[in-house]
Design a protein around this ligand. Structure first.
Ligand code: AP5
Length: 235
């Protein structure tokens, strides 16, 4: 299955992608995570990318498309993938189409996470991220079992630099100006499905599973319970 998770910052794309990747057995590909990895390096690319991410602006399409070209040619994407945070502009969407066409592949579904601005601010101001494995938490909605420590790997939890309120507002603005038009782009292709992402993570997850079943994707019901445990424990 080849999926795109589309939606504003803080919509819960990364949270659902982490659960779905286990359920579906396909990789979660987040351009945000990939860029944060690049930022840890001391390289010309890192210097170029830094100023855009810090300001909450989009990194230029050429850079993103080159990164994705390499990532999508990896063997682990053969059975499918979950794209999170990509594409973010019409140019990126067209670039993705061309890339996939060369591989004789296409996107099956675009899942649009509809979320209100109040929810976005509330979620991002409380988000904590593991510095080691990247797992997401929320101070109130999805707290770790032990304060400041990742449940999964024991790494230290901290706030993302671009989750400061001023940068979050900028990211929302950028989303509305440059990314929201992708909703119409994919709607016109008949592959966009909208989810109410204002609800808690367990509800959103259940709606996703219902949607896959309605669309005819064959999901094994026996591992549903196991995989939904994390969402349930945070509900
Ligand atoms: P990126 O990392 O992609 O950030 P984003 O799209 O702004 O998305 P977020 O990670 O903030 O939100 P999310 O929807 O994944 O929510 P999450 O699940 O974490 O991009 C960062 C930057 O990189 C960009 O600003 C840009 O500069 C650059 N960039 C990246 N991709 C690019 C591209 N393609 N082109 C150009 N530039 C690019 O959830 C948020 C919080 O809410 C968490 O604390 C979580 O625990 C909690 N939560 C999640 N779901 C729920 C729920 N249902 N109920 C309650 N709480 C919830």
């Amino acid at each position: 299955m080849r999926l795109i998770l589309l939606g504003p910052p803080g919509a819960g794309k990364g949270t659902q992608a982490e659960i779905l990747k286990e359920k579906l057995g396909i990789p979660h590909i987040s351009t945000g995570d990939m860029l944060r990895q690049v930022l840890k390096e001391d390289s010309p690319l890192s210097k170029k990318v830094k100023r855009f991410v810090e300001r909450g602006e989009l990194v230029p399409d050429e850079i993103i498309l080159e990164i994705m070209k390499q990532r999508l040619s990896s063997a682990d994407t053969e059975k499918g993938f979950i794209l999170d945070g990509f594409p973010r502009t019409i140019k990126q969407a067209q670039g993705l189409e061309q890339l996939l066409k060369k591989m004789n592949k296409q996107i099956d579904l675009v899942l649009y996470f509809a979320t209100s601005v109040e929810k976005i601010i509330e979620r991002l101001s409380g988000r904590l991220v593991c510095s080691r494995c990247g797992m997401n938490y929320h101070l109130k909605n999805m707290p770790p079992k032990e304060e400041g420590v990742c449940d999964k790997c024991g790494g230290e939890l901290s706030q993302r630099e671009d989750d400061q309120e001023e940068t979050v507002r900028k990211r929302i603005d950028v989303y509305l100006k440059q990314t929201a038009e992708l909703i119409e782009f994919y709607k016109s292709k008949g592959i966009l499905r909208t989810l109410d992402a204002n609800r808690d993570a367990q509800e959103v997850y259940k709606e996703l599973i219902r949607l896959f079943e309605k669309e005819g994707f064959n999901l094994k019901s026996n591992d549903f319970h196991k995989i939904s445990e994390r969402a349930e424990s945070h509900a």
